[in-house]
Ligand binder design. Sequence first.
Ligand SMILES: NC(=O)c1ccc[n+]([C@@H]2O[C@H](COP(=O)([O-])OP(=O)(O)OC[C@H]3O[C@@H](n4cnc5c(N)ncnc54)[C@H](OP(=O)(O)O)[C@@H]3O)[C@@H](O)[C@H]2O)c1
Length: 270
Amino acid sequence: MSIIPKDGRILITGASSGIGEAYAIKLAGRGHKLSLLARRKDRLEALAQRLRSDFSADAETIVADLEDAVHLGRLEERLTRDDFSGVINNAGAGGLGFLADSSTQSVERTVTLNIVALTRLSRAALIAFKRKNAGLLVNIGSVLAHAPSPGGAIYSGSKAFVLNFTRSLQMEFAETDVSIQLVMPGPVRTEFFSSQGMDGSVFPAAAYLSADELVEAALAGLENRELVTVPSLPDLQSWERLETIRREFLAATMSGKVADRYGAGDPALE
Ligand SMILES: NC(=O)c1ccc[n+]([C@@H]2O[C@H](COP(=O)([O-])OP(=O)(O)OC[C@H]3O[C@@H](n4cnc5c(N)ncnc54)[C@H](OP(=O)(O)O)[C@@H]3O)[C@@H](O)[C@H]2O)c1
C-alpha cells in the first residue's frame, strides 16, 4: 500500500511551475485530491483544468502569497481545521546576491518564504496530523544546504534551516504514523534561475535533472520510507558518511575542555 494517504487533500505550495507543478501532475495521476497554491492565478487555473481533463482530478486552486502574513495566517488556520492528508512545502526562492548589496526587503522576503512560511505551515499541518496520528509532510530543501557560497548566504542558510528543522521534526514524530520526508534536489531545470535573472549556466548542463525526474525519484524515495531523499546522489553511502561525521563531530565537542590548540595550560602562552 502507498505511504501517501488518499483520504484528504494534499496541499502543494509553489504549484504554478517547476517542481511543484511536477508533483501536482504525478499525484493527480495517482488519484490524489489536490490543493494547488501559488501567486499566479492564471497558471494555477490552467494546471487545475489540465489535471481535471487528463485525470478527472479533484484539484482546487489557492491563490496566496506566502510572504503575506494575512494569507499565511488564513492557510495555517485552514490546515489545522480542515482534513488535509498531506502538505508539500515546495515554494521557495533564491534570494541570491551579496548580503551587503541586498535590500532589507529582499532579504526579508526570502527568509519569510523559505523559512517562516515553511515553518508555520509545517507546524499547522503537524498539529492536525498529530491529532489523527496520520499525514504526510514533505519539505523541499536543497543540496546547497551543504554549500555556503558568496552570494548564496540567504539561500544556503535557509536550506540549512530546512535540513535541520525537518530532521528534528522526524525525530519528534518517530514513534507515530505521521510521515515526514526531506527532499534535497541538486540542480533542476525550472524557472527558478530565470525568475532571478540568471541563465541556465549556473551549473554545468549535465548536472541538471528535469522536474519530472526529480519528483518521480522523490516519490520513489518516499515509498521506500526514506527520511531524506537526494535524487541526484548516485551512492547513498555519501549521505550516510556525512551523517556519521556529523554525529562524531557533535560527540567530540562534548569534551568539557578547551582544545590544546588554544593554548589552555600552555605556560608559553600565558
Ligand atoms: N531548481 C533547482 O535547481 C532547485 C534545486 C534545489 C532546490 N530547489 C527548491 O525547489 C523548490 C521549487 O523550486 P523550482 O525549482 O520548482 O522553482 P520555480 O519553478 O521558480 O517554482 C517556485 C514556485 O514557488 C512559488 N512561489 C514563489 N514565491 C511565492 C510566494 N511568495 N508565495 C507563494 N508561492 C510562491 C512560485 O509561484 P508564483 O510565482 O506563481 O507564486 C512557483 O510555483 C524551491 O523551494 C527551491 O528552493 C530548486
